[in-house]
Design a protein around this ligand. Sequence first.
Ligand code: GUN
Length: 292
Amino acid sequence: MTATILDGKALAAEIRADVKARVAARIAAGKPAPGLATVLVGDNPASQSYVRSKRKASAEVGIESFGYELPATASQAEVEKLVSELNADPKVNGILVQLPLPGHLDEERVLNLISIEKDVDGFHPVNIGRLAQKGREPSFVPCTPEGCMYMIQKSVPKIEGINAVVLGRSNIVGMPVALLLVRANATVTICHSRTRNLPDVVRQADVLVAAVGKPEMVRGDWVKPGAVVIDVGINRVDDPSSPKGYRMVGDVNFDEVKEVAGVISPVPGGVGPMTIAMLLRNTLHGAELSDK
Ligand code: GUN
């Protein structure tokens, strides 16, 4: 059996089309376009490329983006001053501080400063804290975890009661995706570098989310036949046979796992496009919050 391959580009296009229509309706009703401020500190090429993609995708759905770039030498006070100004700016409905920040900056203090109602990345501890509490609603949910859940909901008729295994416990993906799965009434196991008998634990998963940043770590014989496998990894590996000399792979050995899983998300073209689509949706949500 070969798994159904989840087309992240097509799923993301569905979300973008919905956001675009809702933005157009707002503008037709005389409201301003939603505004997204991106904050890029330093010259990390991957971060520059991510921010470019986010701003381009914003323009395509009618979201106005405001790009702020600070040098790698920017001080904590300069970054915090910018975030404070953006918090007070009525044209800005979402603030995205691209991570990682240069090492001399205190990332936690910067994220804590972002207004909870403009926290489109969903990384503010109040929003994460609400996500972790029963009966509480965060203002925003982190984009990549939300994209994973969208894919899981498309693939699993009923999440309630399933065994979900999350590989990785990062603040950005592993932990929030585990919280979302718990909220959806899955039974959730979080695995990490100290987990014993990892393949045996992973083999219990009806749904597996791999977010550890280890190229092709999950092998075919780790996966329960028919499982839904969501691969969040984006790893560059040397490949002299490719024109660029490298290729991108996930945390899952795709060729092996696609022969066992029921559904699998590819890399690239899986979770990646979903992250940006969810950022657009969150920015529109930020504009809706500011109406109230
Ligand atoms: N760096 C890696 N992923 C992300 C993300 O989702 N948001 C931000 N702001 N930075 C990141």
